[in-house]
Each structure stands twice: as structure tokens, then as C-alpha cells.
Design a protein. Structure first.
Lengths: 113, 115
């Protein structure tokens, strides 16, 4: 039941460089994708989303790219900052705009000064 | 900024005991959720709640689980007879009618440890 997959459990990046976090999905019925960021001892925090009718959405240092034919999305953070160090989850809602979120396993990003 | 509040932050209980996890969603939100994350695993959906009834539940949400909105502000998750495998972080979330378009707001979670 791995409809949303994040195959890299961890990523280490130097401060100021680009971080690229990847996510694959198997269900072509997903029409919306979200990225969440999670610090230890906190709940997931919404970061950015993208509709399946778009291939890119940008918000400040964060850009999400969607490749529907490859069923792949990626989150780019540029420039990376030490405060970006967290676990990043890709998620897709199932069952409409209030549907339950199906999460990937997460990628732990470490940004080194 | 409005937030979802969960209490307690950590609960230890003996196997077979009942636990109630409490949440105060954002006041103008209408949709409420419980998710859980077993250590090292994915965040998993448990249940969604709208208009005073369950709108969707996962296979995890069996007869041992129940949810309630007893007083118009709190939203609770009850586990009747806890098992060791119920040990996890439990996250409450709420959303306004835009729902996932702008992401749910999650609480900081309750760490449940069943011994």
C-alpha cells in the first residue's frame, strides 16, 4: 500500500546550496499534492502544494515540480538554510478536498552550515 | 496564528487500559481528523469527522477506537483497550472548508506509550 513513496530516507546539503526532495506516486487519480515539514516534537506543518493541472508552483525559496507522466514530484529549496533541517513529507489527498491524506515515509533533510 | 492544541503531550498507559486523547481544533474549522505515526513509519490516517459524525475511517480505526466532539470545542480520540501496538504519536488536525487546498493544520501530537 505504498501509493506515495519517498525513497530517500535522508539528504544532507550544504547551506546555500539547493535541496531536492523527491516523491513518487502510483495512483494516477491523485489530483493534488502537498508537502509538509516536520520538526521533532511537533506536528507536520503545511509547506506548499500543487494541483495536477500545473507542473510547477513556487513560494519563496520553495518550488514544487510535478511530472504527471512519470508520476513524480520534487520539492526544491534554494538556497537551503540550517533552519530547513527537518523531515519532509509528500502527501496526496484521497477522496476529495477533505479526503484523507496519504503520506510518504518522509525524507530527513540536514542542512550543514 | 491559530493552532490546534493537543493534550497530554505524552501519555503512558498499561495494556488493556482505556485512554482518551484530547484536541482543541481551530475554532472556525469544520473538519477534524486523527492521524498516527508509529516510530519509524508513515503518518497514517485514522478518521475524519464532520457535522458531528465520522465521514471516513481507515482499517486501523476498528471497534477499539471512537471519536467524539463532546462540547463544540474539544475533539477526542478514545482507545478502549490499548494494545502494545497502539504505541505511536497521535496527531489531531483540522481544516476549514477549503480542506487540503491549503493543507490541514496539525497539532503537536500526543505520544502514547503502552506498556
Amino acid at each position: 500500500d505504498q501509493q506515495v513513496k519517498q525513497n530517500s530516507p535522508s539528504l544532507s546539503v550544504q547551506e546555500g546550496r539547493i535541496s531536492i526532495l523527491n516523491c513518487d506516486y502510483t495512483n494516477s487519480m491523485f489530483d493534488y499534492f502537498l508537502w509538509y515539514k516536520k520538526y521533532p516534537a511537533e506536528g507536520p506543518t503545511f509547506l506548499i502544494s500543487i494541483s495536477s493541472i500545473k507542473d510547477k508552483n513556487e513560494d519563496g525559496r520553495f518550488t514544487v515540480f510535478l511530472n504527471k507522466s512519470a508520476k513524480h514530484l520534487s520539492l526544491h529549496i534554494v538556497p537551503s538554510q540550517p533552519g530547513d533541517s527537518a523531515v519532509y513529507f509528500c502527501a496526496a489527498p484521497w477522496g476529495g478536498s477533505q479526503g484523507n491524506l496519504i503520506f510518504g515515509k518522509g525524507t530527513k533533510l540536514s542542512v550543514k552550515p | 496564528e491559530p493552532e490546534v492544541t493537543q493534550t497530554p503531550s505524552h501519555q503512558v498507559t498499561q495494556m488493556g487500559q482505556e485512554v482518551i486523547l484530547r484536541c482543541v481544533p481551530i475554532s472556525n474549522h469544520l473538519y477534524f481528523y486523527w492521524y498516527r505515526q508509529i516510530l519509524g513509519q508513515k503518518v497514517e490516517f485514522l478518521v475524519s469527522f464532520y457535522n458531528n459524525e465520522i465521514s471516513e475511517k481507515s482499517e486501523i480505526f476498528d471497534d477499539q477506537f471512537s471519536v467524539e466532539r463532546p462540547d463544540g470545542s474539544n475533539f477526542t480520540l478514545k482507545i478502549r483497550s490499548t494494545k502494545l501496538e497502539d504505541s505511536a504519536m497521535y496527531f489531531c488536525a483540522s481544516s476549514d472548508p477549503t480542506g487540503t487546498l491549503y493543507g490541514y493544520t496539525f497539532g503537536s501530537g500526543t505520544r502514547l506509550t503502552v506498556v
